[in-house]
Design a binder for this molecule. Structure first.
Ligand code: GRF
Length: 218
């Protein structure tokens, strides 16, 4: 990917505040991506309304109608592939992807996980960071591989946990960071500055041993 207007599909399950950030940043010219479609596994996801309002084609497939992950994922790909997406953005897409799906779009799927990976893969990341007494917390954009929350990291946003801060308060601050770093990371991949090969991330052709990091001051 080394041209502008990279065809980008965004996959959501819920509110879609990250999706909204992509929509807004495309509209303002901060990023240069073509959001060709928005997909959801949940017909009631508010993000679908956001997409429709922005004039982006949407589709929805209910995962509960399938008896295997792969069957659902193949139905998902059947919705996405007519748009020929070059990049898939998981933005609160609450499904574990099958190996088939990951291979089908190898090196072209990004996710954002609300922790400083490799710390705290999985759920309840904010509470886990608070309970561990961590001084800092953050969020990570990474390539998706078959290992859950385990693909090579691209960009992290980091902040200091405030004394007495609740998981909900922390979540609000982390989400505000996500809205800034996720479109930025996607643009780096769309522009070919960050690439994926053999399970690793590269920046300008050199292995990216540590993710790029932005510290957000209090
Ligand atoms: C984000 O906080 C992200 O870290 C996680 O899911 C959440 C999605 O939120 N993967 P939204 O739907 O974009 O508001």
């Amino acid at each position: 990917m080394s041209h502008s207007r990279c065809k980008t599909a965004i996959l959501i399950s819920g509110s879609g505040s990250n999706l909204q950030s992509f929509i807004d940043q495309v509209a303002s010219g901060s990023i240069d991506l073509d959001i060709c479609t928005v997909f959801s596994n949940n017909a009631r996801a508010f993000g679908l309304e956001r997409a429709k309002k922005a004039g982006i084609p949407t589709s929805c497939v209910d995962h509960t109608a399938f008896d295997s992950r792969e069957a659902f994922d193949r139905a998902t790909a059947a919705e996405l592939d007519p748009y020929e997406p070059e990049l898939l953005i998981l933005a609160g897409f609450m499904r574990i992807l099958s190996p088939w799906f990951v291979r089908h779009y190898e090196g072209r799927i990004l996710n954002i996980h609300p922790a400083l990976l490799p710390l705290y893969p999985g759920l309840n990341t904010h509470q886990r960071a608070i309970d561990a007494g961590d001084a800092q917390h953050g969020t990570t954009v990474h390539f998706v591989t078959e290992e859950l929350d385990g693909g090579p990291c691209i960009l992290q946003g980091r902040l200091a946990i405030r004394r007495g801060e609740t998981a909900e308060q922390l979540n609000r601050r982390i989400q505000a960071i996500e809205h800034q770093i996720y479109p930025k990371a996607a643009q780096l991949v769309a522009d070919g500055e960050i690439t994926f090969r053999d399970g690793r991330a590269f920046r300008d052709g050199q292995p990216l041993t540590e993710p790029l990091l932005i510290d957000f001051p209090d």
